[in-house]
Design a protein around this ligand. Structure first.
Ligand SMILES: [Zn+2]
Length: 261
């Protein structure tokens, strides 16, 4: 499932290919991906340009002047900018036709991706009850978000209203680097552990963005290449364990990440 680094990669792709071109037409192939009425979507984008974009958590908000088109990529979402001479990519759900020889396809293999229209970034963030963006937040914002949270640390990290952008894979990586057991209670963390976790969120997401979220390219020192049964911890050599929390399969090292509850 696309997490923050993948959505940042989509943002950079859209910025590189699709800004400042008049949208002549929009084709809706499957309206089940829409969280907006078709006439409202058409009215919002037709004759407009994608002026700029902002990512917040796993959402990409594209400024239309006025208003925003908001893209969520669900489990299998993607974007493709392609020549009008070529066929639309497989699983295209919505196509934006520009005033040149190119189109932008919003692709989703399944139906989990979603398109919205919003008046402003603030309105959308409020409506979705999103916390601060995990990559852009300050230490003060992170500490503020923590004050309102109790419960199991892995669940708190996954909660988009705590901080936005972290999913199953990156939450495991952050806990591995910070040496915290996934089931530890959030309010049991020391100030030093909180500061260290904050630094690790930033550094892990930064590497994720540099790697464009391609999981096969992460360094061996990360947990990511070892998310399998019978793999060994790159730090201590002991066996990696799988753990189910709230229906999700996480991985951790029971030696490096002791349960201190
Ligand atoms: Zn270990």
């Amino acid at each position: 499932m696309p997490e923050l680094p993948e959505v940042e990669t989509f943002k950079r792709y859209l910025d590189k290919t699709s800004l400042k071109q008049v949208i002549k037409k929009i084709t809706i192939i499957d309206d089940r991906v829409l969280k907006v009425e078709v006439p409202d979507l058409k009215k919002a984008v037709k004759g407009k340009q994608f002026e700029s974009s902002i990512r917040h958590g796993k959402y990409l908000l594209v400024y239309l002047n006025p208003g925003y088109l908001v893209l969520h990529f669900g489990m299998t979402g993607d974007l493709e900018y392609y020549s009008k001479k070529d066929e639309a990519p497989a699983f295209s759900k919505v196509i934006f036709h520009f005033d040149n020889d190119f189109n932008l396809a919003y692709i989703s293999r399944r139906m989990f991706g979603k398109l919205y229209v919003a008046e402003s970034v603030e309105e959308f963030v409020e409506m979705k009850k999103l916390g601060p963006d995990a990559y852009k937040m300050s230490l003060e914002e992170f500490r503020g978000a923590l004050k309102r949270r109790t419960g199991i640390i892995k669940n708190v990290l996954l909660n988009q209203s705590f901080v936005a952008g972290i999913g199953n894979i990156y939450s495991d990586e952050i806990l591995f680097k910070t040496k915290l057991h996934p089931k530890m209670k959030m309010d049991a963390l020391s100030e030093a552990q909180i500061d260290y976790m904050f630094q690790n969120i930033k550094s892990i997401l930064k590497i994720g963005i540099e790697k464009k979220g391609l999981l096969s390219t992460y360094p061996d020192s990360f947990l990511i290449p070892h998310r399998k049964k019978e793999e060994h911890c790159p730090r201590c050599g002991n066996e990696i364990r799988r753990l189910e929390i709230a229906g999700r399969h996480g991985f951790f090292c029971p030696t490096c990440q002791k349960d201190l509850n």
